[in-house]
Write a protein that binds this ligand. Structure first.
Ligand SMILES: [Zn+2]
Length: 257
């Protein structure tokens, strides 16, 4: 058995909570607990100790379980960005992260990326050794988060950082939006054969009730219109050339779709 395992816990309508388990130390951390109860059930059934929460950002469907988990495990460390810490909007936050910070879990290095755009305090967690990326609401399957607080330039720069990671990166995003996003993607990138193929595959997966997450970053690079801001097909659709302008137009088309 691998030392590190990632468990996906579906909650609410389309959210995913991720529980990372260190099988050697019998410890676990949870990414973006929208709710506490499903996390407690999973932790107890695995017989592990919950030691930390890693929050990507402050939205209620990512931090909703923080307080109740802290009550159950008073020693819990709660990681989130320095930027959200300054805004005091992460319940129970104890650790304040900046871009480039590193720490460890399950014998692996965890690297922090500051990825504002969806919100101004959003971070992502990357484990280069096992290729896991916890992207929150920044990158979705064939999509990206809405710009609730940031600008198109901020979000495009954030996505550009994530796009620079290796193709084999497994992207754990916080919502199951992939199928609907693929249908939109075909309206802006209609002649992309990889996109047509992926839509068929995800239709089958979802019809079987299976998640489309984790995503594979290489496939996102080929099919996600929000990562294809420098591709001729997207430049043609948007009538723009500069990556930020291409991105901004695709985002506004999606917002009105
Ligand atoms: Zn959010």
């Amino acid at each position: 058995m691998e030392r590190l395992a990632v468990h996906l816990i579906p909650v609410l309508r389309d959210n995913y909570i991720f529980l990372l388990v260190d099988h050697q130390e019998r410890k676990a951390v949870v990414v973006d607990p929208a709710q506490a109860q499903p996390v407690l059930e999973q932790v107890e059934s695995l017989g592990v100790e919950l030691t930390a929460i890693w929050n990507t950002h402050h939205c209620w469907d990512h931090v909703g379980g923080n307080q109740a988990l802290k009550e159950r495990y008073p020693q819990l460390k709660i990681y989130a960005s320095q930027a959200d810490g300054e805004r005091k909007r992460i319940p129970g936050q104890t650790e304040y992260l900046k871009h480039g910070d590193t720490f460890s879990f399950a014998g692996e290095e965890v690297q922090v990326f500051f990825v504002p755009g969806h919100t101004l305090g959003h971070i992502a967690y990357w484990l280069p050794q096992s290729s896991h990326l916890f992207a929150g609401d920044t990158l979705f399957g064939a999509g990206c988060g809405r710009l609730h607080e940031g600008t198109p330039a901020q979000m495009q720069a954030s996505l550009n950082q994530l796009r620079s990671l290796p193709d084999e990166t497994l992207v754990w995003c916080a919502h199951e939006y992939t199928l609907s996003n693929l249908r939109f993607a075909l309206t802006v990138d209609p002649n992309n054969p990889d996109l047509k193929e992926r839509l068929k595959e995800v239709e089958v997966l979802r019809a079987q009730g299976k998640p489309s997450v984790p995503l594979r970053l290489g496939e996102e690079k080929r099919t996600n219109p929000f990562l294809r801001y420098d591709q001729p097909a997207l430049q043609k659709t948007t009538g723009a050339f500069d990556p930020v302008n291409v991105f901004a137009k695709v985002r506004s088309l999606k917002d009105r779709w």
